[in-house]
Design a protein around this ligand. Sequence first.
Ligand SMILES: [Mg+2]
Ligand SMILES: [Zn+2]
Length: 216
Amino acid sequence: MLSVPMKAVLLDRDGVINALVYHEDAGVIDAPLKRSQFKLFPRVPEAIRLLNDMGLKTAIVSNQPGIAKGRLKPTIFKAFERKMLSEILSEGGHIDRVFYCLHHPEAKVRKFRQRCRCRKPEIGLLELAAAELHVSLEQCYMIGDGIPDLLAGSRAGCRTIFVGRWKCEICQFTEAPHVRPAYVAKDLWEAAQFIRSEMTGSGPVTSSPNCLLAQA
Ligand SMILES: [Mg+2]
Ligand SMILES: [Zn+2]
């Protein structure tokens, strides 16, 4: 069992809640930019409901520099949020709060051009989320698919969970002690199962065996 009672789950958005998209123009795999590109991963609403049922608060903590970079329309950004929340609600789950960092140090849009304290791997967004949820950061899981999520979570004192299928490319980085997650899950559903097993002491959940780190 855990030494601290866990109270909340902080979730990265892109790559955890919704799928990433390959943007041919820029040659990058990144956050969706069009309505048709925003798709929740399978069983995400069920996973959120499971976390809700365990009495855990849930918040999204997400870097969203797309507007700052002039690549994403604010109206579409809001539409993504509505779609995310309503699809989760329709399965009986809910997200308590949503927090974004809209900044980027090289933003085209002037008001978002800054080196802020909320862009992960900085911990400002996590601190804000914990404060608004009335929990301490040590009582939070931080779930993400990127190194900045693991770094921010670990700097903030959260228990970190890595979600993703690109484990082999990323393993070499996650092995460093300061980013190594408590668990590696193939999706949010598996992460939620892990949290349940930790919180109830119901024995280990085995990771998807598609890389060495997952088997560790
Ligand atoms: Mg992500
Ligand atoms: Zn920021």
